[in-house]
Design a protein around this ligand. Sequence first.
Ligand code: AMP
Length: 368
Amino acid sequence: MIQLHDLRFEPFISEGKINTAIDAMSDKINQDYNGKNPVFLVVLNGAFMVASEIIKRFDGDCEVAFVKLGSYQGTATTGNVDTLLGLNISLQDRYVVIIEDIVDTGITLEEIYRILEKENSTDVRIATLFFKPEAYQKNFRINYIGMEIPNNFIVGYGLDYNGLGRNLTQIYKLKKENMTNLVLFGPPGAGKGTQANFLKDKYKLVHISTGDVFRYNIKNETSLGLHAKSFMDQGQLVPDNVTIEMLGAEVDKNPGANGFIFDGFPRTVAQAEALSELLKEKNTEVAAMIALEVDDEVLVERLLERGKTSGRNDDADEDIIRNRIHVYYEETAILKQFYLKENKYYGVDGVGTISEITERISRVIDSL
Ligand code: AMP
């Protein structure tokens, strides 16, 4: 297994298999272009490695040009590919073989085709080392295919993840992460932080409390902290864009985690959607929302009690406490529906001793 940036990848296609595929493709290309002096149009960056192998195996005259297009940003195809850079020879009346590392949606290729139409070539064909039939959205024919592969995100042999991995001599695929990601949910004062502290040790999870991260930033007077303080002191939510970005950064600090306990996040639908997206990019998902159910008056009592020692401005004043609970019902409680729809909602009685509640939550986690 290897790690590139924040993601882990596992071996998928060996160098031997790649070479066999290239041998077969090259044999066909050699037969078809015997005596035709083709132009190999290598689509950078990813195709440099396979192109070198095909071209080394080509008998007879040929020319090579390198062109550049971009369609990947991170792990998803963006679909807005538009320019062809670096075409420095005339393709008029020439046999052209486009060499690609991988064809997935076909959007990149369609764009190259469109641009090449103006060149009046005799014939344009496509050779690609990898082809993803499940992802392919176009109709035109791919003439030479090294290997068909499923719709995994792969790196190696010229293909990268955000710049890394091109030098690997075999293909790796994104590792299916066996993570347990929990959303600990409930109104302010429900005991999320207390329970998270026990659960993180018991299940070896990383605990991220957005409230704690904000308070840490306030204490250190960072610009994030200064921004968040005005909202927090009133018991209001910090704006989504700020909170989501901060959460993403916290997750990225823990690349090898077994899973996360999200405490105080998400608090809005936009945050829940952002969390799904973020975890999907890491090939994992939320396993469960565990909601601590506690009566409002018990909450107010608990928070006032905590305020005597917590030093938190938002625990000190009953109006602000009631506002936080109000904000919870107005903006956050709706997330129960969000996770219910995904069959991931688990309500737990949040009244009892700390260990009783840990026990109840553990029963849910153990059943996942
Ligand atoms: P907590 O410690 O979870 O009670 O959070 C304290 C305060 O931090 C909240 O009242 C909000 O002002 C802010 N905060 C914490 N988490 C979030 C979040 N996910 N979205 C917006 N604001 C948050």
